[in-house]
Structures are given as C-alpha cells and as structure tokens.
Design a binder for this molecule. Structure first.
Ligand code: FES
Length: 119
C-alpha cells in the first residue's frame, strides 16, 4: 500500500484546503468544518483547472421555496476557479450539478498530528 504524510493537521483550518503532493501527483487536501480531512486530485474534471486556486464555499438547499434560498454545507463545497463548477467534499467530490461526475479522491487517515493519504 502506498501512503504518504501530506501535511500536519494544524496546516489546514476547518473549512479550508491546501495543495500538497502524493508521490508525483498534486493533491488537494480539504478539512471540513467538522474537522474531517479529505483528499482529491487537484485538477478540475472539466478543463483541468487547479482546484486549490478556487475556494471553499457552501450551497443552497434544493428544497427551498421559489425565491427563498437557504445557505447550507458551508465549508463543504469546492468551487473551481475557472468556470465555477462545484464539488461536494463530503460526498466523494461529486459535482453538485451532476452527481454522476466526481473528482478522483484518495483515502485519508490521521495519525497523531499527521494527515496521511493512501491508496
Ligand atoms: S475547469 Fe473547472 S469548471 Fe471549468
């Protein structure tokens, strides 16, 4: 099994993300507001934008009434810097507008203060 420490837990605040490397690949390590860590390929599946140049944001609920918007999932959505496609960190990196598509992800575990990505 291939594994690598990609950062320390203190390197990423909840609701933020950072670029790191896993072997020869560039990965995007995300920490959601609940403190969990996730890792994805740092490349948008649309046209290849570096996702670390985008932002972590939230989304609006699908069940809102017309004209009403409820902001949710704050700190759990990656928005691509080039054309704004959004990906759900806690749902395997699936695209909000098309959940059949997702960013390739990596397994993550935390040991002591180290964030470890592995296959
Ligand atoms: S490259 Fe990400 S939305 Fe186009």
């Amino acid at each position: 099994m291939k594994e690598q420490v990609v950062c320390k837990t203190s390197d990423i605040q909840p609701g933020d993300m950072m670029k790191s490397t896993f072997g020869k690949q560039t990965v995007l390590v995300c920490r959601t507001p609940d403190g969990e860590f996730y890792a994805f390929m740092n490349q948008c599946i649309h046209q290849g934008a570096p996702l670390d140049k985008g932002m972590v944001c939230g989304a609006t609920t699908e069940n809102s009434e017309p004209g009403e918007y409820e902001y949710c999932h704050k700190g759990e959505i990656i928005r691509c810097p080039w054309h704004g496609r959004e990906f759900d960190i806690k749902n395997e990196g699936r695209m909000l507008a098309n959940p059949n598509k997702k960013i390739p992800s990596f397994k993550v575990r935390v040991e002591h203060e180290s964030v470890i990505v592995y296959k």
